[in-house]
Ligand binder design. Structure first.
Ligand code: UDP
Length: 287
């Protein structure tokens, strides 16, 4: 694996910030309020899960069969869900909601229910590909610009020898293309479907089509294929470690400024305004 890819999978970002906020919140004294498995931020549930636990859950879904939906949650999802009722219901009904965005680490601390790890869509996609390669599960890559899914698939096959790619297709998230896409995907009988249509389209797409497709694991992955192929640069580990991924993204993709403002500023402001501060709650109880 190339060093950049190793960095993508690194856990040091979470660890560093966990340590930092451990200090800010007085050695995490309010951890006793943490629920064992899930927390909600602005009424959206997030699984308090580590990367290892997440891949165990994926393995269990694959063994069980049926249809499951994984969302890789970030602050933009939560903000969109505040005004998009359909999307909110989809997020609430997901079988697993992994804490992807860095802002969630901070928000969880604020709420007094710290996360136990950060599970990004990039890292989980790699772990799923590795699992699929060893156990013979078949992956289908849907979405991204034409040709990108194919290149991402080839890169994953190089990294994880033996990985079976059931199919790749760019397509479109528009509902009128769904019968055609369902036909293509169903014919390939994948065990895992990774959908890269960005939010909220990708998760709405999965929610609409999983009842028919019945794929054991379907996950919305946003720009993951772009990162795997190197089409979009991923922030170096040291930038992620100091929590400035958003600034790196803004530098490389300035047209995303509105989305970044929503993810960073509006989300922080809304959480501080609407969620009670867990640390204060702890102090008042202790007092
Ligand atoms: N995309 C697509 N069709 C669309 C809209 C988006 O294939 O109609 C792809 C786009 O090429 C990119 C991904 O969806 O690969 C969205 O990436 P982004 O980083 O914006 O995802 P998000 O931040 O929303 O998770």
């Amino acid at each position: 694996m190339a060093s950049g890819e190793t960095a993508l999978l690194g856990k040091s970002v979470y660890d560093t910030y966990e340590q930092m906020f451990f200090i800010i919140t007085r050695n995490g004294k309010h951890d006793h309020m943490a629920s064992p498995e899930r927390l909600t931020i602005l009424n959206i549930p997030i699984d308090r899960i580590t990367e290892d636990e997440a891949i165990d859950r994926v393995a269990a879904m694959l063994s069980a069969g049926g249809a499951h939906h994984i969302v890789t949650m970030n602050p933009e999802f939560i903000m969109e869900a505040q005004q998009n009722r359909l999307f909110r219901d989809v997020l609430r009904n997901a079988d697993l909601a992994t804490p992807d965005g860095f802002g969630l680490v901070l928000a969880a601390r604020w709420c007094g229910t710290p996360l136990r790890g950060r599970v990004t869509g990039v890292a989980l996609s790699h772990r799923i590909a590795a699992l699929a390669a060893t156990r013979g599960y078949r992956l289908f890559l849907l979405g991204a610009a034409p040709g990108v899914a194919e290149r991402a698939a080839a890169r994953l096959q190089t990294l994880y020898p033996g990985l079976v790619i059931a199919g790749c297709f760019a397509g479109s998230p528009h509902p009128r293309h769904e019968p055609f896409l369902r036909q293509i995907i169903a014919a390939k009988r994948p065990d895992v479907l990774l959908v890269a249509y960005g939010h909220p389209a990708q998760d709405l797409w999965i929610a609409r089509n999983q009842p028919t497709l019945q794929i054991p694991v379907a996950m919305g992955v946003g720009g993951v294929f772009d990162y795997i192929t190197g089409r979009v640069p991923f922030a170096p580990a040291w930038i992620r470690r100091i929590g400035l991924e958003w600034l790196y993204r803004l530098w490389h993709q300035p047209w995303r400024w509105r989305r970044i403002v929503i993810a960073v500023l509006l989300f922080s402001w809304t959480v501080m305004r609407r969620e009670r501060c867990g640390w204060l709650r702890y102090c008042s109880k202790a007092g």
